[in-house]
Design a binder for this molecule. Structure first.
Ligand code: NAD
Ligand code: WQD
Length: 349
């Protein structure tokens, strides 16, 4: 089997997918980018190309559940491996729209698997999530920690992992690396690519960035009565550039052994909400105003990775710290105060 050189990236226009495109182009891979733009837009590819100094080989607007269109892409290109980012990811929304979440995340994954198998493509790097550990505030979580999804989003990721594991078990030609990310944040250091959520951000870092740039008044810190050193909840934040570097390294290890392997992707260090607020204030040069409000329903006290398995398997570790994550998220926010669509950068192209 030739080593992967042509990679089909689903969800390529999204936050992590777009950074992965840059990483892959930078390392000489050929790309086939697929996205339905349900949570992104095509304008991101001009930025990817500007950063990488290369064209993204082929870009297709399609829903991965549309097997006929997906199959036509596999007919046209000799795909070596798939990086599968496409899916819905908002925990709160998933509790209101469970059918859509199972349909997109599980149905999208089975449609992709079917199409890959039909075309003799059997290698995948899959985006999984720490959310499937559920309420697990018991110190660093390794990959053997119990899985207890507490919402449809997390349950959909767990269902995908189980399907992928079973397929790998029964069909030895399949190899899957499932990466359970903790909290990917930050942006490409040049400020052209970052996280551009539509509407009010659900997540801490993009919300903080919008307060810092003046788009929102104050951050709401959800709870200061957790059993943590400062009372605010603790998470394992991982720079998006480290996240996508791990994906590129994963490609290099897809052929190491057949079957499915699962790895946590985190730094292995916890930061509280107030740690992140302070680090962001240092990055942007003035304190970010916040109020303490009651806990957000469904939040847990602490989620930190035991990230040693991936370091042991591949000799790879994240290199960027919280200050880097805040600096890069802030630079992106400053250069794109209203997001990609209305940024001066694109208007001037
Ligand atoms: P994102 O929403 O920015 O990117 C997902 C992309 O997939 C979007 O561009 C969207 O338009 C596309 N998409 C959605 N449904 C599709 C479909 N049916 N067909 C084709 N394209 C479709 O999200 P992200 O933060 O980049 O996350 C990427 C993956 O990583 C997701 O699977 C997510 O569940 C997982 N993940 C993300 C985080 C995080 O904190 N960002 C953490 C753990 C896991
Ligand atoms: C981080 C901390 C909040 C916003 C989510 C998903 C998880 C994974 C990563 C996909 C928490 C606090 C937040 C705000 C706040 N994604 N917070 N004010 O909830 O750890 O994880 O993203 O797989 O599945 O659940 O990330 O960034 O929303 O929150 O105080 O306005 O910041 O309570 O403690 P979370 P987050």
């Amino acid at each position: 089997m030739r080593s992967p050189s042509t990679i089909l990236v689903t969800g390529a226009a999204g936050f992590i997918g777009s950074h992965a495109c840059v990483e892959l182009l930078d390392h000489g891979y050929e790309l086939i980018a697929v996205d339905d733009y349900s949570n992104s837009g095509p304008e991101v590819f001009a930025r990817v190309e500007e950063i990488a100094g290369r064209f993204v080989g082929a870009v297709y607007e399609l829903d991965i559940r549309d097997r006929r269109s997906l199959s036509a892409v596999f007919d046209r290109h000799a795909v070596d491996a798939v990086m599968h980012f496409a899916g819905r990811k908002a925990v709160g929304e998933s509790t209101r729209m469970p059918v859509e979440y199972y349909d997109t995340n599980v149905g999208g994954t089975t449609s992709l698997l079917r199409t890959m198998h039909d075309h003799g493509v059997h290698r995948m790097v899959f985006s999984s999530s720490c959310s499937l550990y559920g309420d697990a505030s018991r110190g660093p979580l390794d990959e053997a920690s119990p899985v207890r999804p507490t919402n449809p989003y997390a349950a959909s990721k767990w269902a995908c992992e189980q399907i992928l594991a079973d397929v790998c078990h029964r069909l030895p030609e399949f190899t899957v690396l499932a990466l359970r990310y903790f909290n990917p944040v930050g942006a490409h250091p040049g400020g052209l690519l970052g996280e551009d959520p539509s509407g009010t951000p659900d997540n801490l870092m993009p919300y903080l960035a919008q307060v810092a740039v003046g788009r929102r008044e104050r951050l709401h810190v959800f709870g200061d009565d957790y059993p943590t050193p400062d009372g605010t909840a603790v998470r394992d934040y991982l720079h998006v550039m480290d996240t996508v570097e791990a994906h590129r390294v994963a490609l290099e290890h897809l052929a190491d052994r057949p079957g499915m392997q699962i790895f946590n992707l985190g730094v292995g260090r916890g930061s509280s909400v107030l740690d992140v607020v302070a680090a962001f204030g240092a990055a942007c040069g003035s304190p970010v105003p916040y109020d303490i409000v009651p806990r957000r329903p469904g939040d847990v006290s602490e989620l930190v990775a035991d990230a040693s398995a991936v370091a042991h398997a591949w000799g790879w570790k994240p290199t960027r710290d919280l200050a880097d994550m805040c600096r890069d998220a802030w630079r992106f926010q400053q250069l794109n105060p209203a997001g990609y669509a209305r940024s001066a950068h694109l208007a001037n192209r």
